[in-house]
Design a protein. Sequence first.
Length: 102
Amino acid sequence: MTTFEKIYNVVKNIPRGKVATYGQIAQLAGNRKWSRVVGYALHNNPYPNEIPCYRVVNRFGSLAPSFAFGGADVQAELLRRDGVEVSTDNIVDLDKYLWNGL
């Protein structure tokens, strides 16, 4: 299994109404130092309808300013449809919405 496949398998498990951080995904995929690799993998997501990359935020809960599939506003809208509150400055409350892992 490739590194990207490991990352995609973790991201597929983030439930509706929750988010995960790049670092969290990296750790669950096998290497806590892969945070940037997670970003690259999600930017190249071959199956956006199956791999919910919009559920991944940075360690502060901020959305990606250059979300690969339409920008932070699109990411915010997708999260809101999932039931995740996103502030007007595109931040998610990690205390409330952070996924606890696998």
